[in-house]
Structure formats: structure tokens, C-alpha cells
Design a protein around this ligand. Structure first.
Ligand SMILES: NC(=O)C1=CN([C@@H]2O[C@H](COP(=O)(O)OP(=O)(O)OC[C@H]3O[C@@H](n4cnc5c(N)ncnc54)[C@H](OP(=O)(O)O)[C@@H]3O)[C@@H](O)[C@H]2O)C=CC1
Ligand SMILES: O=C(O)[C@@H]1CCC=N1
Length: 270
């Protein structure tokens, strides 16, 4: 059976995306090959998902349709070198933070390339992925990328110049939100709740608030106003958050992640 989809780097994000693609029958396991240096991880892929595996990246690059690059940006050059001269011409989809289309097209001359930034909620089909096509990507290539990432959540097409900002917000954002959930739970424990109840309340509060904002399309500030009763509990908490520069801290976190994405891109061009 020929390999339709190859994935280079069988780590966290590869699993987040591929687990969903397999579950939704967009690819069947025998048409997918994951190349991954760790034998333990290769065994995991075979035993859990039934896909083909190899320690040789060139095997994944034999894919007839799509090759997803899911390695760390810092080893891109090593991976590009390992693929020099491969005859096949699959669509190359990069999920690497910071790495520019220009760098990817230098590594894969004349190939259709699409730069993307997914996020970990892809695992449960609630991800959001930004995509930016390279010079040789035709509408049909973009459609393939859209189909892949639509299987794991929402898809937005952005100009490549916005990709580092996307990375700072939605790429890194799940970690920021997870910290918020953890901190809410800690606050509940500090106020006397048992941990299990505090964690459940924290999680459901974040999930419910996000769902309410999405479904009602009200502005977050409007929701805050609805929760804050005059002289009540919520405004007392908001006041404390403002003393701790809550919003400014989150803004700076996204901007720091954006700058780091840019730095990773610059390093990969050297
Ligand atoms: N994690 C996230 O939330 C997101 C990550 N990304 C991007 O996804 C990419 C992967 O990140 P993530 O999944 O978190 O990282 P992981 O470290 O989990 O995955 C990378 C995988 O690549 C393997 N690998 C290392 N060297 C090679 C090689 N030479 N050839 C093939 N595979 C190799 C690693 O094996 P080993 O462990 O043995 O080194 C590892 O399994 C990054 O570029 C990141 O910027 C994008 C969006 C979100
Ligand atoms: O932390 C990182 O570099 C990757 C990119 C976006 C999320 N995780």
C-alpha cells in the first residue's frame, strides 16, 4: 500500500493531529508513515494507531500526497539535509513555530509548501489552525491543508506576516489558559475547597465562559459587566486582578511568545 501521508517527528503535535485524522477516517492507518528516531515512540505509534513507522525520514517523504513536518524548529536543517534529492513531490505542510516560508522553500525548492500553526486542542477536535500558502502552493494544495486542519478544529487563512503573532496567541495560548485553570483551582483550595471539587469548578468555569462568549458573541467586557454586581464579590476579585496587572501580564505573555517565534525563525535562516 502506498504512503499517502508522511509525518516527520512523531511527538506531541503529530499525535494531536494524526489521532484525529485517523479517528475521522480521513486517512487509514496503513496509508500513513511516521518517522521518529526513538524506538519506544515508534512502538507506541504502531501499537496505539497501527500506522507504519520508520527511523528514516526519507521513508516518510515517499508520501504521495502530504508530508507534515512536525519536528522542533531547531532541527529543521538536519531534517532538510536528510531529505536532499528525494524524487517525490508531496505537498509539504510545516507546523514549525517561527520557520518562514522562505526558509522552507529554500529547503524544498520548487515544492508546494504551506506554513501552518495549529494548537493542542486539535487532539479533541477543538483546535484552531492558521495557514499561509507558499509561492508554489496552488488552490488544490490549500484545499488539502484546509481539509486536514478542518478535521481538528477551525481553520483561518492569514498572510504569512501574521504567523508569529498567531503562534504567540493560539499556538502557545493553551498553556496560558491551562495555567489559568490551575491558578483558579489553587484559589479555590486556598479558600477551603477540596482539590477535586476546585479543579472541576475551575475547568467548567473556563469551558462554560468560553462557550457562552462564543455562542452569544457578546464582548468579553460585557460579560464581565454582567457578572460584577455593584459592591459584590466579583468586582472585589477584578480589583485584585488589576492590582496584579492581570491583563497586561497576559498581553505581555502573548507578545513574548510572538518575539520568541520570530527569533526561532531568524535562527533557522542562519
Ligand atoms: N506543542 C505544541 O503545542 C505545538 C507545537 N508546534 C510545533 O510543532 C513542532 C513539534 O512540536 P512538539 O510536537 O511539541 O515537539 P515534540 O518534541 O513532542 O515532537 C518532535 C518529535 O520529533 C522527533 N525528532 C527529533 N529529531 C528528529 C529527526 N531528526 N527526525 C525525525 N524526528 C525527529 C522527536 O523525537 P525525540 O523526542 O526523540 O527527540 C519528537 O518525537 C514544533 O516545531 C513546534 O513549534 C506547533 C503548534 C503547537
Ligand atoms: O512552545 C512552542 O514553541 C510551541 C509552538 C507553539 C506551541 N508550542
Amino acid at each position: 500500500m502506498s504512503i499517502r501521508l508522511g509525518i516527520i517527528g512523531g511527538g506531541v503535535m503529530a499525535e494531536a493531529i494524526l489521532s484525529r485524522l485517523l479517528k475521522k477516517n480521513i486517512y487509514s492507518p496503513e496509508t500513513v508513515l511516521v518517522s521518529e528516531p526513538q524506538s519506544q515512540r515508534r512502538n507506541f505509534w504502531v501499537n496505539t494507531y497501527g500506522v507504519q513507522v520508520s527511523e528514516d525520514n526519507r521513508e516518510a517523504a515517499r508520501a504521495t500526497e502530504v508530508l507534515i513536518l512536525a519536528i522542533k524548529p531547531q532541527i529543521l536543517e538536519q531534517v532538510v539535509n536528510s531529505l536532499l534529492g528525494i524524487p517525490e513531490k508531496p505537498l509539504i505542510i510545516s507546523i514549525l513555530a517561527g520557520v518562514t516560508l522562505n526558509r522552507l522553500e529554500m529547503g524544498f525548492p520548487d515544492r508546494p509548501v504551506i506554513r501552518t500553526m495549529p494548537n493542542t486542542p486539535a487532539t479533541v477536535g477543538q483546535g484552531v489552525t492558521a495557514i499561509a500558502p507558499g509561492r508554489h502552493a496552488e488552490p488544490e494544495h490549500l484545499a488539502v491543508a484546509r481539509d486536514i486542519f478542518a478535521a481538528v478544529g477551525a481553520v483561518v487563512e492569514v498572510p504569512e506576516a501574521l504567523m508569529d503573532a498567531v503562534t504567540g496567541l493560539s499556538g502557545s495560548g493553551p498553556a496560558f489558559v491551562a495555567l489559568m485553570v490551575e491558578a483558579l483551582s489553587d484559589g479555590g483550595v486556598a479558600a477551603g475547597l477540596p482539590r477535586a471539587i476546585a479543579s472541576q469548578l475551575a475547568l467548567e468555569t473556563v469551558l462554560g465562559t468560553a462557550t457562552l462568549l462564543k455562542e452569544s458573541a457578546i464582548h468579553p467586557g460585557e460579560l464581565k459587566d454582567r457578572v460584577t454586581s455593584p459592591g459584590g464579590t466579583t468586582i472585589a476579585g477584578v480589583r485584585q486582578l488589576e492590582k496584579g496587572s492581570f491583563r497586561s501580564t497576559i498581553i505581555e505573555a502573548v507578545v513574548a511568545a510572538y518575539h520568541r517565534s520570530k527569533d526561532l525563525g531568524r535562527s533557522s535562516e542562519k
